[in-house]
Design a protein around this ligand. Structure first.
Ligand SMILES: NC(=O)c1ccc[n+]([C@@H]2O[C@H](COP(=O)([O-])OP(=O)(O)OC[C@H]3O[C@@H](n4cnc5c(N)ncnc54)[C@H](O)[C@@H]3O)[C@@H](O)[C@H]2O)c1
Length: 474
């Protein structure tokens, strides 16, 4: 296969349009999208325009696109979790290599089907476990591989989901109800389980898990709270989750910026928070300020479906009056956990604990790894990243990795571009190398997630060898 790799995109949502689309625009010599399937017209037209795709290669759905003869080398599957399996299986059958969004699928039997189809067709599947490719986690992996920690004994890893992010995605958003999407430990933490497996370098042997939904329930709704925040909520000035705080005043984004080391971004955050009228005025004169005044990235992007992306306060108010994201967080159809712990014993004896919690003051992962020679502590926050190494013999502490928040952090800072580089390298390599994480390896983190979910529900310890064998026969 030669560069640029030709590709079709299934689903021009946030990941498809903004991440993979942006990569192709920036690295035209590497990736070229030649067809698009997307039911929302504005997204389909925008993607086609940006990538110069002719109208006869624009499709309303993946079924239409795959009814054509093979159009490209790779299919990027970027639909929602519960819509991964069918397009992925068909793409593989049609002879496409596939770059599949995580999680592979929302049901275990579907994940198994995908892995078996990959092995049957011999195609290269990349699953976007992007964290493996970040500077932060690749530095940790390198430290482990060089033996600088000695033998790893234990890992404590936390997935700290910031309060607004949890409410956005897991109460009001697409991953709120496990019957319609998948268990939270799969959707949010398949990355973390994959990282634990990757860092420990051994198969999981036993898993147990606890967790439940404490807070986001109807019995916690404030007295007199309406279904939608903007329908006259009596506690709108006191409620953390009052929708306009997140989607219009962008309080959580400003809080994240305030926690960063970047002085320039902090000034911009203060300007947005305290001088919005002045900002409105200068954004008419200086276009750069428009982006700050009418911020439209995560999570605001998700308010917009088929309407024009107008980020003015008036339009947002109109949307929030009927969008799922405008609902009272205590009156949604959510049922996924808002906190969960997973205990793992690996075959090499290492133990690990993963804690997922939806009430964090800031977004990101924190971890410590204790080894026979040293301890490593890491902070992987959106507001900045740091890794400290503590040598047991000398008793010395060293900062071995540091990264500040930048304007690009949210978009490119999480390893997406590195993942694509690795995937494309594996496609063009004559040795047919696999990307960092191949289909079988990816399955392991998904098995861990489904096992944790089963343990949490049934109150049992899961023997992973048995779980793996049982799953393979699904
Ligand atoms: N790798 C990561 O770190 C990461 C981060 C966020 C999301 N994700 C995953 O990426 C996937 C997409 O997430 P998103 O946030 O971009 O979602 P999104 O809702 O923004 O995008 C999904 C798109 O698929 C389109 N679609 C629906 N039906 C379709 C069909 N029949 N044919 C073609 N397209 C169709 C939708 O209209 C939408 O535009 C999800 O599985 C999600 O879990 C991964």
């Amino acid at each position: 296969m030669e560069l640029p790799i030709s590709a079709v995109l299934i689903g021009a949502g946030r990941r498809g349009l903004q991440i993979y689309g942006n990569y192709a625009l920036r690295f035209k010599n590497k990736l070229n999208f030649v067809a698009i399937a997307e039911p929302i017209k504005t997204r389909r037209v925008k993607f086609a325009y940006l990538h110069g795709i002719p109208s006869n290669r624009c499709y309303k759905s993946w079924e239409d696109l795959f009814s054509e003869d093979k159009l490209a080398d790779v299919a990027f599957i970027c639909t929602q979790d519960q819509m991964h399996t069918d397009p992925c299986l068909l793409a593989l059958e049609k002879g496409y290599h596939v770059l599949l969004e995580k999680p592979m699928a929302h049901r275990l039997e579907d994940c198994i089907k995908i892995v078996k189809k990959v092995e049957e067709t011999g195609k290269i599947l990349g699953v976007s476990h992007v964290l493996r490719y970040t500077g932060f986690f690749s530095t940790i992996y390198e430290i482990i591989q060089k033996g600088l920690l000695g033998d790893i004994i234990n890992i404590t890893h936390r997935e700290n989901v910031m309060w607004y992010h949890y409410a956005h995605s897991y109460v009001r958003g697409p991953w709120a109800n496990a019957d319609k999407s998948s268990p939270m430990i799969l959707t949010k933490c398949c990355h973390d389980l994959d990282l634990l497996y990757y860092m420990v370098g051994s198969l999981p042997k036993k898993i147990s898990s606890f967790g439940n939904l404490i807070h986001f329930k109807s019995e916690n709704a404030p007295k007199g709270a309406p279904e939608f925040c903007l329908d006259g909520c009596p506690i709108k000035d006191k409620c953390l989750y009052y929708a306009p705080r997140t989607y219009i005043d962008i309080i959580p984004q400003i809080q994240m910026i305030e926690k960063s080391d970047n002085k320039f971004l902090k000034i911009l955050g203060r300007l947005r928070k305290n001088h919005v009228n002045f900002l409105t005025y200068i954004s008419k004169i200086i276009p750069l300020f428009k982006e700050l005044r009418y911020y439209g990235d995560f999570p605001i992007y998700y308010l917009y479906t088929d309407q024009k992306e107008d980020y003015s306060d008036e339009v947002k108010v109109r949307i929030l009056k009927k969008s799922p994201y405008g609902r009272c967080v205590y009156k949604c159809d959510n049922n996924v956990v808002d906190h969960q712990v997973v205990n793992i014993e690996f075959e090499n004896g290492v133990t690990a604990n993963l804690t997922m919690n939806g009430f964090s003051e800031q977004e990101g992962r924190t971890l410590r790894i204790d080894g026979t020679k040293a301890t490593l502590k890491g902070e992987f926050h959106i507001s900045g990243e740091k890794i400290f190494y503590y040598d047991h013999f000398s008793g010395k502490e060293k900062l071995v990795y540091k990264k500040k928040l930048t304007r690009e952090s949210g978009e490119y800072g999480v390893g997406d571009f590195e993942l694509l580089n690795a995937y494309i390298d594996s496609l063009i390599s004559k040795e047919k190398t696999q990307p960092l994480t191949n289909a079988r390896e990816c399955l392991e983190s998904h098995l861990m997630a489904f096992a944790a979910n089963e343990s949490r529900i049934k109150g049992t310890v899961i023997d992973m060898d048995e779980f793996r064998k049982k799953s393979n026969n699904l």
